[in-house]
Design a protein around this ligand. Structure first.
Ligand code: HEM
Length: 157
């Protein structure tokens, strides 16, 4: 059985990170350039981060989360849920939070260039779908529960 059939292709996922690092080195400036080009308003959110330490730490945690999600998956789900709640308090929209993972994926693909493969694209697609599912399963910031309607329908059967 191929790895891809029993879950995410973690080998392809990790190979994408290695290919990007080999070609472009530290991806931090590339990721944040891409984020701020798309959402210039988000730059001001990092007003406390005069030396870039928070941005660097944030991205390191994002890579750690993605590697866990593609592999052992022992912390990603809880960690994403916790950080979404923390970022609610920072005033960061949930859509922006999850989009950050996609922006990291785009940066990795661009940096990997000719080394980017369809298996890598599939592994990233799967990771991003899993992240969307974690967000969808969370109660809304106002305490509403998006999953409630489906749960009620099931309970009625
Ligand atoms: C566009 C999406 C995001 C924005 C705009 C954003 C914004 C921020 C801001 C403004 C801070 C600093 C808060 C402060 O002043 O102390 C911060 C910290 C942090 N963020 Fe994010 N965030 C995003 C996505 C994420 C994601 C996806 C993760 C991880 C899964 C994450 C993990 C963290 C962590 C760990 C810190 C604390 C870093 C430290 O202080 O050492 N963030 N984020």
């Amino acid at each position: 059985m191929r790895l891809g059939e029993i879950g995410m292709d973690s080998a392809a996922f990790e190979a994408s990170l290695e290919a990007a690092a080999a070609r472009a080195g530290d991806l931090t400036p590339l990721v944040y350039d891409r984020l701020f080009a798309r959402h210039p308003g988000l730059k001001a959110e990092f007003w406390r981060d005069s030396r870039g330490a928070i941005q660097g730490e944030m991205l390191a945690r994002v890579f750690e989360t993605l590697i866990d999600l593609a592999g052992p998956r022992v912390m990603a789900d809880h960690y994403i849920t916790t950080e979404i709640t923390t970022h609610d308090a920072y005033g960061i929209a949930r859509g922006h939070f999850t989009e950050f993972f996609a922006i990291v994926g785009e940066t990795v693909a661009a940096a990997a260039g000719p080394d980017w493969t369809p298996a890598m694209a599939a592994a990233w697609g799967e990771a991003l779908r899993e992240i969307d599912a974690v967000l969808a399963a969370m109660p809304g910031p106002d305490g509403s529960q998006p999953g409630l309607e489906a749960a009620t329908i099931l309970a009625d059967r």
